[in-house]
Design a protein around this ligand. Structure first.
Ligand SMILES: *Cc1c(COP(=O)(O)O)cnc(C)c1O
Length: 380
């Protein structure tokens, strides 16, 4: 299957016909336990926290899409993040880009710092600034690219090289790009994290996460944490995610067609101060994104000239649901300052540029003309 193209792997990887019934679609194995022939004599499954065939199919499919050897599925992107940070021990130093997902920031600072994690946030997308943040003790470097909500782009390959020179692991949260647009393992990352809640499942009807890697020792450790902590997805959620992934390629193509149109039109709107979209030539990460991604993605952020318009802008939206999250077929609009990034200290938000006039759009699969008409009206 590894030699097949992306769309083929998205539909078939990890999903052979059921050997017992011939079912073409992976069944939902709704079982907690497995009957053994004799004590210890089983067919690879003993208990569903440890392993479940529907989950295995999802794990193999996700690994295949990222070009990884191994995949692990979790109950949420945050649980996947937790399994990765658990690789560190007390006193280890983690260097992270400052503009991380709000929940990742909360996990690093609210949970792991209490257990003795040393943390440095790099408030810049320049590779050189990562070099100066590294210490003898740095064991992990954490990136999101593109970032949330400003869609900054980091040079994954050059930061991975730095991390490795320093003996640290390189982790990339690839949720925004998806494996269709970017494969960080091919650029030197050791581990890739996903919130499958977003584009991978793609229908805003579940919470899930995943980790992929090609390192057997790392896989074994995180598989141990997956079983020990127990934050696993239900067979039903694993099945829904598999179903969502089958259309990932066509969805991403349509998401980015719509997003590019909207970014372009917002840019010339008199009420808009600035548009953030990697596909725009003015975007500071445009060149780099062109090299390390295969498209610009479906997220668009922008700043309103007049901050007092923000409230009425959101109130006038109907097709765009005012909601957190992203990556579903329906369009969402979010106010990062009070929603997704509210847990980040105010000074930090301001320093990053997450200001009260910032709007983030997850462009869905409705007709872009209808979406743009609604944005025009809400900006009046
Ligand atoms: C949503 C998200 C997460 C967290 O995932 P959950 O499934 O909500 O736990 C992590 N990283 C990014 C970039 C996200 O968008």
């Amino acid at each position: 299957m590894h030699d097949k193209k992306f769309a083929t792997r998205a539909i078939h990887a990890g999903q052979n016909a059921d050997p017992v019934t011939g079912a073409t679609i992976m069944p939902i194995y709704a079982t907690s336990t497995y009957t053994q022939e004799a004590p210890g004599e089983h067919r690879g499954y003993e208990y569903s926290r440890t392993g479940n065939p529907t989950r295995t199919a999802l794990e193999e499919c996700l690994a295949s899409l990222e070009g990884a050897k191994y995949g692990l599925a979790f109950a949420s992107g945050s649980a996947a993040t937790d399994a990765v940070v658990n690789l560190l021990k007390q006193g280890d130093h983690l260097v992270s880009c400052a503009e991380v997902y709000g929940g990742t920031f909360r996990l690093f600072t609210g949970v792991y710092e209490r257990w003795g994690l040393e943390l440095t946030h790099v408030n810049s997308s320049k590779t050189e600034d990562f070099r100066s943040a590294l210490t003898k003790n740095t064991q992990m470097v954490w990136l999101e690219s593109p970032t949330n909500p400003l869609l900054n782009i980091y040079n994954i390959k050059s930061i991975a090289d730095l991390a490795h020179e320093n003996g640290a692991l390189m982790v990339v949260d690839n949720t925004f790009a998806t494996p269709y647009l970017q494969n960080p393992l091919a650029m030197g990352a050791d581990i890739v994290v996903h919130s499958t809640t977003k584009y991978l499942n793609g229908h805003s009807d579940l919470i899930g996460g995943a980790v992929v890697t090609s390192s057997l020792p790392l896989y074994n450790k995180m598989s141990y944490f997956q079983n020990a902590v127990g934050a696993v997805p239900s067979p039903f959620d694993a099945w829904l995610t598999l179903r969502g992934i089958k259309t990932l390629q066509v969805r991403m193509e349509a998401h980015q067609r719509g997003a590019a149109k909207i970014a372009d039109q917002l840019q010339s709107h008199p009420m808009v101060e600035r548009v953030y979209y990697p596909g725009l030539e003015e975007h500071p990460g445009h060149q780099l994104a062109g090299k390390q991604m295969r498209g610009w993605g479906g997220m668009v952020s922008f700043k309103l000239k007049d901050p007092s318009m923000v409230d009425s802008f959101f109130r006038k939206l109907h097709l765009f649901a005012v909601a957190e999250s992203l990556g579903g077929v329906e369009s969402l609009a979010c106010h990062p300052y009070t929603m997704t990034h509210a847990t980040m200290p105010e000074a930090k938000r301001e320093a990053l540029g997450i200001t009260p006039n910032l709007v983030r759009l997850s462009v869905g699969l409705e007709d872009p003309a209808d979406l743009m008409a609604e944005l025009q009206k809400s900006l009046e």
